[in-house]
Design a protein around this ligand. Sequence first.
Ligand SMILES: *Cc1c(COP(=O)(O)O)cnc(C)c1O
Length: 501
Amino acid sequence: MIREADDTLTIYERSKPGRRAFVRPELDVPERPLDELLAPELRREEPPRLPEVAEPEIVRHYNRLSKRNFDLDTGFYPLGSCTMKHNPKLHERIAALPGHARMHPLQDPSQAQGALELMWRLQEALGEIAGLPHVSLQPSAGSQGELAGVLLTRAYHEDRGEHRTKVLTPDTAHGTNPATVTMGGYEVVKVVSDAHGNVDLDDLRAKADEDVACLMLTNPSTLGLFETGIEEIERIVHGVGATLYYDGANLNAIMGICRPGDMGFDIVHFNLHKSFTQPHGGGGPGAGPVAVSERIEPFLPRPQVVRRETGEGNGSRDPFYDLDHNRPKSIGRLRGFQGNYGVFVRSYAYIRSLGAPGLREASETAVLNANYLLAKLREHGVAERLPAAYDRLCMHEFVLSGEPMRRELGIKTLDLAKRLLDHGVHPPTVYFPLIVEEALMVEPTETETKETLDRFAEVVAEILREARDDPSVAQNAPHTTPVRRLDEAAAARRPVVRQAM
Ligand SMILES: *Cc1c(COP(=O)(O)O)cnc(C)c1O
């Protein structure tokens, strides 16, 4: 009997005592006992439990794992709200330059002028895109940008001697919005949506009072719709002295076309890993910088990256890039060091290689692609079973409702999503926003070809046709992936990451 290669073993199960990837050369200096070099209390009591494997085994292990996952370099990834656009490979080469990749975060500013200049220039560019002049790069995710925004709002009100208690969020808001509000010590007050998918202005008027610190808004909203009442929203919120916070996750729809600052927002976060091409989705590093108006600026996190012009105590004739710690009203530090620097390099490379007209074109194409795909799905007769939740021109994404499909064909949005995997397509976002029954949220992005969009529409139509004949195929999908339907709750609560050695 020939044993089958077992590709389900963990790397710990592959371990054999004494097996190794390389052999160290003989010492060419006198050996010294470890005790001389490191105090005993700094040393571990037992050797670390690391797998002992040969180099080809290591390579094969990670190569095997990489093929079991679905990623953007494998296929279409229309995951709504997440902007899974192509990440240009040029950015990787720039981020890997030794001057970027090998910089130490504790290096003195005088030895890190290039890195600080890049960060300063990125701040300037993001400020221009947001229409708000002051930027902090510190927050490391959109959600941490939100937390920064809520803390900035609190600092702003308290500086004026006001103690407000509530923050408004629409019922379409991303889950991080209410979570952030709660973490920031405020009470969440939900504002409902009207029949067209906009913020219900009457409900907003009724709930906006002098206890409200802030309205957090995503525009275009998570329904992929532009808030037509944005000017009135601004008047209502500022009318009661509250701040207006812009959740920038959907910035990919409006870059270079309109600016949150011009709409009246006080604070904006960016998701550099969404709109500005940082690879994400596998838990990789992100960045959620915030841009703010003049009145919020004194409270920005500390330190700020600043440019000191010639003569400002700077001996040289060149400007000097520095970290400004002298910010008495600052909300303080949000993290160690300055942020995920590699993300800044990639995003700056993206902004500079596209330029202002290119950013605008990216957003226009993102919106065009979404509307094209929505029209294509209608053309394939999908709209009857899977109609758009709101019959409007969409922005860079759209939300469908699988409720008629569930009722008439017996397959749920989850089944459709799982069946898409068998066709080599990553499922769109499902069951969000919460106000749409059996929601399916599709964001094609600007970097996909017409042929890819056409194929997606054909695949969805085919899955609905197949369900009419035999719903069990989708109900039991996926059929072709390394694993079938996982118990996601158990996987999160009791993950098996290593076996006993
Ligand atoms: C992704 C997203 C967030 C949170 O951003 P993270 O970078 O994932 O923390 C917030 N709001 C919306 C609408 C999003 O899509």
